[in-house]
Design a protein. Structure first.
Length: 534
């Protein structure tokens, strides 16, 4: 039956079901017309919706009234586009060339209660199988009794030994050795005790040698491998199984060894004219804490605190007379020293707010004025470097910007009021780099130093409370070696504690320049050969 074309104002999906039930019972022709009309109108509405959606999909990129949920459009005027482009160039110039398994949980013993070691009572116990040694080394027996001063020890009938699994690194590769140290002990007639040789006593607390432990530390600190991955690599390469507890013990041992190194790094940082500082969050067994980094560009140290209060930084820098480079976190404002705020953070905030408010004419004019100022300054920075004699001329432009855009303005817009307060509050620390040589205008160095930890945080998820501080100490040593162009692994193998005394190893040459002859050179050689043949 054809559609009659009449419109039913009260039609609905539920009412159409009622009509159908009534028509099944009465076969009323009026009800049939209503049902057919409703279905036709429903199909026509669906056709219009589909057609409109197709038009939207085809013109979505050009229409201003349509946006994308996953990637919102960034609207801007033509002037705003030029401002964004200029700010992005400045941000790009700030970047420097930067040469999953999750850590598990462990229930620690309550405070004041010593954690019980060994297996569970009643369970089968195990002890490690000592591998067969490849070399046996004799040790000297003890001579004097440690309990009775001056009392000589007799030769003991007992023989003591200790086995060490070690790695020997050469330029051509690595080799595993198993050395057994053995020797007779000493017997004291007064104590009635047998004493082990001093070398055996020193080695008996460990199965793996210093180089093997250094290799494990390098895998964990420099390469960011989880404990399980380190154990897997050790078993695959060297046929040795290492437990998570052993890896943690290595970290604690090396952390204590490099405590003096960290003190020398801190002293070098405090003696430098410029210090970069930054902080980030860390998860320590489910509790949020904060990691702080301090660096002068060649030396790096880390500190761990339970809160974001900047007390630890204030204590370290209480007598500092140089310039502190930081972001706009208010905790740094209380540090009594000269400061330079990171302009990268300010430029990013201005750029983002302009993208969010593309048609705010007042904000656009304000950002344009700042862009003109910072672009002229960065042009000289790129040309002359951070030299005060070339940058001090821009102080007049800075004063003009403040006079025109900050001091003499009474903004009604909330965003402009926010930036007016920000520029006023940090008036002395936004352009400090114009007054001194070598003071950076960004905090990239601190972000570069802490970036390694940020990646480790994504891999591990959480850190053990016992190993968090030792890990950060070793990371500071590793990052200091990296900033100075030295190998962290080679530094550990050298057994030095002062990075300054360690000389970087010359890298092997793996390529040589190739003398590429042009086609003209080859033509001349062929002509010379032909002439010689004639």
């Amino acid at each position: 039956m054809e559609h009659t074309g009449c419109f039913i104002p009260d039609a609905s999906g539920l009412l159409s079901i009622v009509w159908r039930l009534q028509w099944d019972l009465s076969k009323d022709i009026t009800l049939k017309h209503k049902i057919i009309t409703y279905n036709f109108e429903d199909c026509e509405a669906l056709r219009r919706v589909v057609a409109e959606l197709r038009c939207i999909g085809a013109a979505a990129a050009e229409r201003d009234d349509i946006d994308f949920a996953d990637v919102p459009k960034q609207h801007s005027t033509s002037l705003g586009q030029s401002i964004h482009k200029s700010l992005e160039v400045v941000l790009k110039s700030a970047h420097e060339a930067y040469i999953r398994k999750r850590a598990g949980w462990r229930v620690e013993a309550p405070e004041g209660r010593k954690r019980r070691t060994g297996g569970v009572k009643g369970h089968q116990g195990f002890k490690r199988v000592i591998p067969k040694p490849t070399k046996i080394v004799g040790t000297r027996r003890p001579i004097k009794c440690p309990e009775h001063k001056g009392q000589p020890l007799a030769v003991s009938t007992r023989v003591f030994s200790a086995t060490i699994i070690e790695l020997v690194f050469r330029r051509s590769g690595v080799r595993k050795t198993i050395t057994k140290y053995t020797g007779r002990g000493g017997f004291c007639p007064l104590c009635r005790r047998h004493y082990r040789p001093p070398e055996i006593v020193r080695l008996s607390t460990q199965l793996f040698g210093y180089n093997f432990q250094a290799w494990v530390i390098y895998q964990r600190i420099a390469l960011r491998l989880p404990y399980g991955a380190i154990a897997q690599v050790a078993e695959e390469l060297f046929g040795e199984r290492i437990s998570d507890g052993s890896i943690g013990t290595f970290i604690l041992r090396f952390s204590g060894y490099y405590a003096q190194t960290e003190r020398s790094l801190l002293k070098a940082i405090l003696d430098s004219p410029v210090i970069h500082v930054d902080e980030t969050r860390i998860n320590v067994q489910g509790f949020g804490q904060y990691v702080w980094v301090l660096t002068d560009g060649t030396h790096v140290i880390f500190r761990l605190t339970e809160t974001r209060e900047s007390t630890v930084v204030r204590e370290l820098l209480q007598n500092y007379e140089g310039t502190l480079i930081s972001d706009f976190y208010p905790g740094y404002d209380a540090i009594p020293c000269k400061q330079q705020k990171c302009l990268v953070h300010l430029i990013r905030d201005l750029n983002d707010d302009l993208w969010k408010n593309p048609y705010n004419v007042g904000l656009e004019a304000f950002v344009k004025a700042f862009t003109d100022l910072i672009t002229s300054i960065m042009t000289d920075v790129q040309k002359y470097g951070l030299k005060e004699r070339h940058l001090r001329k821009h102080k007049k432009s800075v004063e003009a910007f403040y006079r025109k855009s900050i001091d003499s303005c009474s903004y009604q817009d909330e965003i402009l009021q926010k930036y007016q307060k920000r520029f006023t509050r940090y008036r002395e620390s936004l352009f400090r780099f114009l007054d001194s040589d070598g003071v950076p205008w960004n905090n990239n160095m601190a972000e570069r130093a802490i970036r390694h930890f940020a990646i480790q945080r994504k891999i591990s998820g959480t850190f053990y409370r016992r190993f968090a501080t030792p890990y950060l100490r070793l990371l500071g040593v590793a990052q200091s070696c990296r900033f100075q162009g030295k190998s962290f692994f080679a530094f550990m193998l050298s057994r030095k504690v002062d990075i300054g005394d360690f000389k970087a190893r010359k890298r092997p040459q793996i390529s040589t320049p190739v003398n590429r002859k042009t086609s003209e050179d080859r033509s001349e050689e062929i002509a010379d050969l032909h002439h010689a043949g004639n």
